[in-house]
Write a protein that binds this ligand. Sequence first.
Ligand code: ATP
Ligand code: MG
Length: 247
Amino acid sequence: MRDLSVRYNGELALQSVDLDVRENKIAALIGPSGCGKTSFLMALNRLSSMIRGCTVQGQVRFGETEISAATPTGWLRRQVGMVFQRPNPFPVSIERNLHLPLREHGCPRRELKLRSEELLKRVGLWEEVSGRLGEPAQSLSGGQQQRLCLARALALNPRVLLMDEPCSALDPISTAHIEELIDSLRSHVTIIIVTHNLAQARRLADDVAVFWNCGCCGCLIESGPASEVFESPQHPDTASYLRGIIG
Ligand SMILES: Nc1ncnc2c1ncn2[C@@H]1O[C@H](COP(=O)(O)OP(=O)(O)OP(=O)(O)O)[C@@H](O)[C@H]1O
Ligand SMILES: [Mg+2]
């Protein structure tokens, strides 16, 4: 990302972010509420274009591809999946939540069951749900729903996964499940995860980017390998934030 800015109704929400995200690594975005982390994620897969009054300026390059208004969103969202803070399974059965994206992206009908089973195993849900695949996804617990959403995102075999506080609505055991999963995706998928949980960022992240409220709007104040940002932060606000003094 180069010089990436996000505005809502003309008002700057995030100013001029330059950030490189390494392929097949886990990058954690941290920082206080309202500093533009979600706005940043939404700009990456152009979900921001669906928000009335939201405009994005600057460059997002993904591999060799420059993301712009002309980029086909179907292609982009297949490459760049997203998991949100609140689990949002489709209001259909557990298995249909996986069949729909698999079908949409060309999986032959006869392979749907097998591919769904593989995905459910990958997110550690198979044993819990194999006997109730036809039941509504909403009948699952919050943690199970979030794992299903992750399976749904993985169904498209994305190269990048954006995760916006994926564990903040979950209990510690479900959180541990999701963290294990994220860890298992390391070196296969590029992950950008927003988290307010600094311990989680320490456990998971290869790289860290610190967003901050810089007067009028959000900005990026520091980024680098997790060990460097956590052990020897360069920016005084990062140091205070990590020590729990501000933010
Ligand atoms: N749809 C919107 N319309 C107008 N302003 C918005 C909209 N979405 C976000 N904003 C504003 O943009 C700024 C950044 O918000 P954003 O949600 O990106 O922050 P965040 O870092 O994700 O916060 P949090 O940690 O609380 O989730 C805030 O001032 C917010 O009020
Ligand atoms: Mg947010």
